[in-house]
Design a protein around this ligand. Sequence first.
Ligand SMILES: Cc1ncc(COP(=O)(O)O)c(C=O)c1O
Length: 473
Amino acid sequence: MSEIAERLAELERLGLGRRLRLISGPQGPNVLLDGKPVLLLCSNNYLGLADHPRVREAAADAAMRWGVGAGASRLVSGTMTIHGRLEERLAAFKGSEACLLFGSGYLANLGVIGALAGRGDTIFSDELNHASIVDGCRLSRAEVVIYHHRDVEHLEWSLHRHASGRDGQARRLIVTDSVFSMDGDVAPLAQLLDAAQAYGARMVVDEAHAVGNLGPDGRGAVAEAGLEGEIDVVVGTLGKALGSYGAYACASAEMVRYLINTARSLIFSTAPPPPAVAGALAALELLRERPHRVQRLRSNARVLRRALAAEGFPVADSEMQIVALIVGEERAAMRLCQEAIERGVFAQAIRPPTVPDGTSRLRLTVMASHTAAELRTAAGVLGELTRKLDLDPAAMAPAHTERRAAPEPAHAELSAHAELSAYAHEPSRAPRTAAPFDLERDGEQPAVALSALAGPSAPFDLERELAPSARAA
Ligand SMILES: Cc1ncc(COP(=O)(O)O)c(C=O)c1O
């Protein structure tokens, strides 16, 4: 057996094997999964914009005008007018002086963290931060101090312990998700910022899962906390609520100039493609015009949460769109996931190393495009299956609640060498059972006739968007 085959066999033995699943058609609430119709309950297309006609049309129109690829890195010839336009719009949306587009959220975190901390510096990182932050910390070569999840006291204690840098010049950086991707809980941003200011640290906040739900008009958790313009760098992705692909860092003009000069994942990677940028522009425009989508996402989250609570799951009555049902053991989580698919509900099982050991879970995500009836039915199916599999819904509390219930360890320092718990979103796993990918059939699903896509309001007009007069306005 080859070494690779052995490693794969070991993963399977541990219940950690992963395979790609195949979705046909766009990321709507109802999709074909490996050929089987299911309710999609694990997509980050929170506002239903990835498959919105105006977003599709804007992307298609941009491809026709500017081509499919940007052709070069931002610093060579890859920065096009449309990148500048989206940066202006995102800066306004996030209440910051300036904005810089990156190829993806993963790249943005690598680039921003590496620019703000290096050898001899210290990064303070929440233990449940996303894998892209974890990897940014690792790549930076800074010392990494991991503080307990959302625990400001532990952070302050850690900052105090590392109060003086080795040469007095060392930089300190606090980095956190604002909404945690695998649990759906929110970082205490105001207190974290107080701690940063008290100890002279910079702060980076990742808004990947906050935009589209929290804050006025879905502007995110930073806006919700009234901290716009106060965080050193706010990172966000275009790949979730904004329905496209790519990412951004919002900051002061000086900071953006610094990132342009130092963020390696910006400098050494091709600029985001024009269709993705145009799609995000259209999505932002839709969000501004019709903020009711945000309300719909919030009320759908409440519907799902209440329906799950009625089934006995320990789910808080909130408006957060990410819901974790902690199963614990890997194989049990996979079994529940597979049985739910058989019953027409697709909620991906998430296992280590994406989440800490012993906290494998179903991670459910609500979209504004779900109906309340669909969400209630899904909750009923999950309740029924959980009982059928002899699992106790009442024991499925979110991981951080479980950890809080355990006796607090003495404030031991979690060193840079401690194994970080979150690495990456888990790819899908089950073998494909249906017909292989069929472009013709798959192409029929979205049935995108550009002329037919104009919604009830005026279509997104890129020509108008980018006309000099519009830019000046
Ligand atoms: C908190 C967080 N940050 C960053 C990312 C990466 O964003 P992207 O998918 O644009 O690379 C993700 C998503 O996977 C995320 O959940």
